[in-house]
Design a protein around this ligand. Structure first.
Ligand SMILES: Cc1ncc(COP(=O)(O)O)c(C=O)c1O
Length: 344
């Protein structure tokens, strides 16, 4: 076959999409839980140009601010973010000509803050307050910056309805189009709960019977959880977000950091997908549920972000040994088809 033959048969449209989010594929996972009887698919949102599902959220949050007249050309956007929304907003603000200030805390991933700076953002780090509630400290710093900078606006990711709208109109419809039908079960990790709420809105408005499972971190205050120390970013929240009051997942799974790490490592070794902590939490939650799910049932999950930023933590044996209780259990390889069943 010549090069000419190849280029004639390939269907690769050239589209001006880099300022938007990318529609991402859902990939079948055949090796993750062998013999489970479930049909498991992962929507690969780590392929977004800023590396996470937040690319969709950022786009919709900015569009809403522009449409409402709050954000004027050349204006300043301020947001509290642990990393992914910051990278997405930094990328989109630079494309649209806005200044972006990311308010982060000491737990923020260094690779994430350097990425924001590479896109031209200013990174403003708050110290951990005495009560340990870093999220609340960041929100207070955002209010301070808004008062100081004329015309500055915040995207309000914890309360803006543009956040779930991104997922009601893109994430869930894309997933259903990929699968050819709504999944029987959908697993989504939660922080603002925007992704989950948007998927819920799409499910309700279409009348689908998908069971929506929310995956949270142990130590998160969402849905009545009790606050505790959390070392890994991505999922969980230090307070009940405004959006979470509208969200009603069928079930909430709370996952320990040890199980997030086990889930991440299983996904990497069995499926060749390098994902972040929240996706590892989803893998653990699915593992726990599988024994109670009907054979042939379809289970979909989101890969919210990629794993490169987690190489110094989740995928680093020395870090796991120093930070995670029962590290040897976490690090032990497993040949068990479903290593999460003993905890079900
Ligand atoms: C790593 C990660 N985990 C979980 C989520 C879900 O977060 P939220 O509830 O704020 O939509 C996201 C959203 O982009 C994410 O990037």
């Amino acid at each position: 076959m010549t090069l000419g033959d190849t280029t004639q048969t390939l269907q690769m449209p050239s589209v001006s999409i880099h300022g938007s989010h990318l529609p991402t594929p859902a990939s079948q996972l055949e090796r993750l839980f062998p013999g489970s009887g479930a049909r498991l698919h992962a929507k690969l949102d780590q392929l977004q140009l800023s590396g996470s599902t937040k690319e969709r959220t950022a786009r919709f949050l900015l569009d809403e601010l522009v449409h409402s007249g709050a954000l004027l050309p050349g204006g300043t956007v301020v947001e509290s973010t642990s990393g992914n929304l910051g990278m997405a907003l930094a990328r989109q603000c630079t494309l649209r000509g806005y200044t972006f200030i990311a308010v982060v805390d000491e737990r923020a991933n260094g690779a994430a803050t350097r990425t924001m700076e590479a896109f031209g953002a200013r990174v403003d780090e708050v110290k951990t307050p005495a009560d340990g509630n870093r999220l609340r400290a960041r929100v207070e710093r955002v209010q301070q910056l808004l008062a100081e900078i004329p015309g500055a606006v915040t995207t309000n990711q914890y309360g803006s309805l543009a956040n779930p709208s991104a997922h009601a109109t893109t994430t869930m419809p894309e997933l259903v189009a990929s699968l050819g039908a709504p999944p029987d079960h959908l697993y989504v990790a939660m922080s603002t709960t925007g992704t989950l709420l948007g998927c819920q809105q799409a499910i309700e408005s279409a009348g689908w019977s998908t069971r929506l499972v929310g995956v949270d971190a142990e130590g998160s205050a969402l849905f009545g959880g009790s606050m505790g120390e959390r070392k890994l970013p991505g999922l969980g929240a230090g307070f009940e977000t405004d959006l979470s009051h509208e969200a009603h997942p069928s079930v909430v799974h709370r996952v320990s950091e040890a199980d997030m790490i086990r889930g991440c490592r299983l996904l990497a070794r069995r499926e060749g997908i390098l994902a972040g902590a929240s996706t590892g939490a989803i893998v653990a939650a699915i593992g726990r549920d599988l024994p109670s799910l009907a054979r042939g049932t379809s289970v979909a999950m989101l890969v919210h972000d990629g794993g490169s930023a987690y190489l110094p933590t989740v995928y680093n044996d020395a870090w796991v040994r120093s930070e995670i209780p029962d590290a040897e259990h976490v690090l032990a390889g497993t040949a068990t088809p479903n290593p999460f069943v003993e905890q079900a």
